[in-house]
Design a protein around this ligand. Structure first.
Ligand code: GLY
Length: 255
């Protein structure tokens, strides 16, 4: 397995006050969220990752969602400028952690806004969701940073979801899991597409670690479809993160 460090951050005791855009607020059980986050981190360890903890940020309700703070590629890291103002300061401690793993660290600058959850990288292709959290200026800055390294960066329109990786994630070398109501499958012509089950619109967020996919128990129909495709799943209960409009990719940065 190529990526073997997973950076995570503790659940904030204020998680119930997290940002919400497309989902209704529901009570969040912090003790259960902490238990589920432990199990998620155990899953990462079982799949070969060393889990590194970023400094706790108890006053930041969305602090568990470290993916939004950084985009890490083989050659470099990009520290984001999150689209939600309440999340802007989460990035600084992530930059300090990443200094140990990447010599080259770049920053998205104003007026750019970028959430890492909007960035899907596969090989040298990078898709950036044009969501409420990420703008064209950030795509331009990503192109400026990444083109010299041989990456091709394109902006992707989205509908009705928070992030690009709410709508599409990679589940095998050539296979993407995608909700066709939220993102156009034609943007990914080099890949086979498995669509989420119609009753499970939030089911496209899956975390590929090596050849196994960490996947929420909350989407059984899509999980079955993945299994029928021959995908090996490591199931985790993710109910509290889902209530906070997060997913399994959001809770770690794989380095
Ligand atoms: N609650 C996740 C986010 O809005 O960033």
């Amino acid at each position: 397995m190529k990526k073997s460090i997973a950076i995570t951050r503790a659940v904030s005791p204020r998680m119930a006050s997290c940002e919400l855009t497309h989902v209704e607020r529901q009570p969040i059980n912090i003790a259960l969220a902490e238990k589920q986050h432990e199990e998620y981190q155990d899953a990462l360890r079982r799949l070969g990752c060393e889990v590194i903890h970023a400094p706790e940020l108890p006053f930041f309700p969305d602090a568990i969602f470290v993916e939004d703070c950084a985009v890490v590629l083989d050659e470099l890291a990009i520290i984001t400028r999150p689209g939600a103002e309440s999340r802007r300061e989460e990035v600084f401690s992530m930059a300090e952690v990443l200094e140990a793993y990447r010599e080259k660290i770049y920053y998205i600058e104003a007026p750019g806004i970028l959430d890492g959850g909007d960035v899907l990288c596969i090989g040298k292709q990078v898709w950036v969701g044009l969501s409420g959290r990420t703008n064209e200026e950030a795509v331009r800055q990503m192109q400026y940073i990444l083109t010299p390294y041989g990456y091709e960066v394109q902006g992707v329109p989205l509908t009705d979801c928070l992030h690009l990786k709410s709508a599409v994630t990679q589940v095998a070398d050539d296979l993407l899991l995608l909700n066709p109501d939220w993102v156009d499958a034609d943007l990914f012509p080099d890949f086979d597409i498995l669509e989420t089950h119609p009753d499970e619109p939030g089911a496209a967020n899956a975390l590929l670690v090596g050849e196994t996919v960490i996947y929420p128990t909350e989407f059984p129909e899509t999980a079955l479809a993945l299994t029928m495709e021959g995908i090996e799943l490591f199931l985790v209960d993710n109910s509290e993160v889902i209530k906070a409009e997060g997913g399994v990719t959001c809770c770690s940065v794989l380095v």
